[in-house]
Design a protein around this ligand. Structure first.
Ligand code: AVJ
Ligand code: FE
Length: 378
């Protein structure tokens, strides 16, 4: 559905070196499914022989993907269909309930492939935002109309021992495990994400770049141009498409700091993914303060959906981390280079997000659907 409006030329065009051509993402989704399910679980030979290596994300960095001899047009679409057909065939013969293999137990591999496809859908939307005159096939105006009852600027989370991470059973990525206890000092966290209005004040006061897609309107205001459509920046919406460096600078400017990912997870207890702007239908954020009827236990709103939230934390393995099922998903990215984001955005598929889900990116990147909220010691 997302790619229905595109021409063949657009599917293969390189819009930016930091994102793949859409056709690469499509083939990669199918190839990943073929590799893990058709070849690994089903024991079958690959459909296209050696072609698979061009869809390997580690071997082929994003900036090189425009030059690869990948499948084009009908060939690409039929590869997707053929892989899906074989996948369903292999799945028929798998007994997930009595499986001993951790790859199959609780349907792990099935969930992983779904999550992988969903995550690439979001990556493709990052690029779609840059495509002039893109018109979504379907759009849901409901999030924009959500009421925003007033509330305090910050809410308090008491000191205590919190359980961080995903429970041992059920689908989660390796980086969400093992679940473990942490001691947290008391802190306060913004009740809502930081708004465009607040960010505009910061821009007027500090020497920083505006969010991605923003330009001056010539009269001291700001316009935002996404998918070729220019609109005045709405002060009531959460700010989105800012880098970690900028979010961190804003927090210090405001006399606050970014929350750690542990603080973020503790503050998200009680969040409801069903009352959140997710799933790529709103094509934009709900106003800051929306979904207040579904606030978390500490009173924070919109922790899930709308905009990913930068945290102050480096992307590291939890104590006792074990790579599963492959180190290239998380482990190769551990270190102080990447910062953790939490909560998902309007562009995140609902099936991906849970309070323990950890996303990551480089601190200078702005193409992801990222905003933030601030915290301070309590
Ligand atoms: C979790 C979004 C950082 O896109 O690099 C997709 C997800 N991993 N295929 C990424 C992912 C392998 C990953 N992020
Ligand atoms: Fe991938």
């Amino acid at each position: 559905m997302l790619i229905a409006p595109f021409s063949e030329e657009q599917l293969n065009r390189v819009y930016t070196p930091i994102l793949s051509p859409l056709a690469w993402d499509l083939g990669h989704i199918a190839n990943f499914e073929e590799l893990w399910l058709v070849q690994n679980v089903g024991g079958r030979e690959p459909l296209r022989g050696e072609l698979g290596r061009f869809y390997d994300a580690i071997e082929n960095p994003r900036s090189t993907r425009g030059e690869l001899p990948i499948l084009k047009g009908e060939e690409c679409i039929s590869y997707l269909a053929q892989v899906r057909e074989r996948t369903l065939d292999v799945l028929e013969g798998v007994d997930f309930d009595s499986a001993e293999d951790p790859l199959l137990r609780d349907g792990f591999i099935y969930e992983m492939l779904l999550a992988h496809e969903y995550q690439h859908n979001e990556t493709m939307l990052q690029l779609i935002q840059m495509v002039e005159s893109y018109e979504p096939v379907e759009r849901d105006p409901a999030p924009a109309a959500e009421p925003t009852p007033a509330g305090p600027e910050m809410v308090a989370v008491p000191a205590g021992t919190v359980e961080i991470g995903a429970a041992p059973r059920g689908f989660a990525y390796d980086n969400e495990r093992p679940r473990h206890e942490r001691e947290l000092a008391p802190f306060e966290i913004d009740r809502t994400p930081v708004t465009n209005a607040a960010y505009i004040e910061f821009l007027a006061d500090a020497d920083v770049e505006p969010p991605m897609y923003w330009e001056r309107d010539g009269e001291g205001g700001w316009v935002r141009t996404c998918m070729g459509r220019a609109e005045p920046v709405d002060p009531a919406l959460p700010v989105i498409h800012v880098s970690w460096d900028e979010a961190d600078a804003f927090a210090r400017w405001a006399g606050k700091r970014l929350p750690t990912e542990l603080e973020w997870e503790a503050a998200s207890a009680g969040a409801d993914p069903e009352r959140a702007n997710l799933d790529q239908l709103g094509f934009g954020c709900a106003p800051a303060g929306a979904y207040a009827d579904a606030c978390t236990e500490c009173g924070a709103v919109q922790m899930l959906g709308d905009a990913w939230e930068w945290t102050s934390s480096d992307f590291l393995g939890y104590p006792g981390f074990e790579p599963f099922p492959y180190p290239e998903y998380s482990q190769v990215f551990f270190g102080d280079e990447h910062k953790v984001l939490r909560g998902g955005a309007w562009a995140t598929r609902r099936g991906v997000i849970r309070p323990t889900f950890r996303n990551w990116d480089l601190p200078q990147r702005k193409q992801i659907f990222a905003g933030f909220r601030c915290a301070r010691d309590g």
